[in-house]
Ligand binder design. Structure first.
Ligand SMILES: C[S@@+](CC[C@H](N)C(=O)[O-])C[C@H]1O[C@@H](n2cnc3c(N)ncnc32)[C@H](O)[C@@H]1O
Length: 422
């Protein structure tokens, strides 16, 4: 049937000048509201501001079934064990996936939609509100003994030497409002991270290098399946020596009774919740593929070791892993190598075109690396003369006169949609 002609056709254009970052940010927010284009978003904002509060509420109160549709997802690529979808993961979480079908959600969402002009807690509140429909979807699709692992970086408040609370607020919201349990927080330490933000660290010298990401391991019940035996680290030289030459059981200065059970070789050491993984990979199959095909390399990838650690500890071969913020599909690649079923969903087609490079030819060596050790030097180990190093009494408010102005704009980087990783 021929569609009747619209009485008010939308054929009037308004030019809005945006940076690529602003455009991406608006598109992500629009999609999270289930709006298909920037035009729809502008109309939505207009309605929002012109209706009264009650009407606004009605505007939002749409049944989830009506808001999400699996038809909008496009199967982009398939492997033996996995599927990559192009589209909004909310459509997957609320309509494509069956309830309680996922063993592990391993993901890294866009970090802090920290606004350039916010100085209070609005950024955190805004982030939590953006996350709510995802949280609901995660609860819907996760099995009771499954896990949700979220890698999330902190953010500096724009122009301030203080931090946003958004990732802590997110954690509290997930536990208090969506009934998740915090199994254990982990910290991903990137030993190769640059000392940023330079303004506070190198110029005004009032903060230290920000080198860890928080990784929240949560689950719908306090008892997700898990085994730390799957993720053992090599024993230290000292421990190997102890296992070889024995140990005299005695009371430690801390009062701990070190019995002879410490002499048992368990095949490796239980690692701490500090995961030392450098993110220095600049050459590899994925990057080569992107460069060769003139595709954008994803700026915020996590290293394969991160999903490898949680996939091994929390899932069995044949289990299903979901990454709803798929990016360049590192999670998919690792899951495929470890013989797990997997699903990655990503909004940007250009990132997915690059991700295809991970699945060409025989499995990439993404999940098996040789053992590396990093040393952390003890702080305060250098002799200093306090009399020659005054504290910054105004907390760094005034810039040292000797420093060049050129370094200042670098602190603005904290306002990116997601933090780029070096
Ligand atoms: C921090 S990146 C993830 C990077 C990924 N872990 C990797 O290592 O390549 C977050 C990704 O989420 C995507 N994204 C944001 N909102 C989304 C949504 N509603 N559905 C699917 N993908 C989304 C962004 O386009 C971005 O690529």
């Amino acid at each position: 049937m021929v569609r009747p002609k619209s009485k008010s056709p939308r054929d009037s254009f308004a030019n809005v000048r945006l940076t690529a970052e602003e455009r991406m940010e608006i598109e992500v927010t629009a999609r999270s509201l289930n709006l298909k284009s920037i035009s729809e978003y502008v109309r939505h904002l207009h309605k929002f501001h012109t209706r009264n509060i009650d009407q606004n509420r009605a505007f939002y109160e749409v049944a989830p079934e009506a808001m999400y549709s699996a038809d909008r997802l496009r199967l982009f690529h398939k492997t033996n064990l996995g599927q990559i979808y192009l589209g909004d993961s909310l459509d997957f979480l609320h309509s494509r996936s069956s309830e309680k079908s996922i063993d592990l959600i391993m993901t890294s969402p866009p970090f802090g939609l920290v606004r350039k002009k916010t100085y209070g807690n609005e950024d955190a509140e805004e982030y939590c509100n953006w996350f709510r429909p995802f949280a609901e979807g995660f609860r819907r699709v996760l099995k009771d003994n499954g896990s949700l692992v979220i890698d999330i970086g902190g953010a500096w408040k724009p122009g301030m030497p203080t931090r946003s609370l958004y990732h802590f607020e997110l954690l509290i919201m997930l536990c208090n409002e969506y009934g998740f349990h915090l199994c254990q927080e982990h910290f991903w330490w990137n030993p190769s991270k640059l000392p940023t933000p330079a303004e506070w660290v190198n110029v005004r010298r009032v903060r230290v290098k920000d080198a860890v990401n928080c990784v929240w391991w949560l689950s719908p019940t306090p008892w997700p399946k898990a085994s730390n035996r799957r993720i053992l680290a090599p024993y230290s030289e000292a421990m190997l020596d102890l296992l070889k030459n024995g140990y005299t059981a005695k009371l430690r200065p801390s009062g701990h009774d070190i019995s002879d059970k410490f002499q048992r070789n368990n095949g490796g050491a239980v690692p701490p919740n500090l995961l030392a993984v450098a993110n220095t990979e600049s050459n590899g199959r994925y990057q080569d593929y992107c460069r060769k095909n003139d595709l954008e390399i994803h700026p915020a990838r996590f290293p394969a070791k991160l999903p490898e650690y949680f996939i091994k500890m929390l899932t069995n071969s044949g289990d299903t892993i979901l990454d709803p913020f798929g990016g360049s599909c590192v999670t998919g690649m690792v899951a495929e190598n470890l013989r797990r079923k997997w699903i990655c969903i990503e909004l940007s087609e250009s990132y997915l075109r690059g991700a295809l490079g991970r699945f060409q030819g025989p499995p990439a060596n993404g999940a098996v690396e040789k053992s590396v050790q990093y040393a952390i030097n003890i702080p305060c180990a250098l002799p200093i003369d306090e009399a020659t190093i005054p504290l910054s009494e105004d907390g760094g408010k005034t810039r040292p006169a000797t420093q060049s102005k050129e370094l200042a704009p670098r602190t603005r980087k904290a306002t990116a949609l997601w933090s780029e990783r070096p």
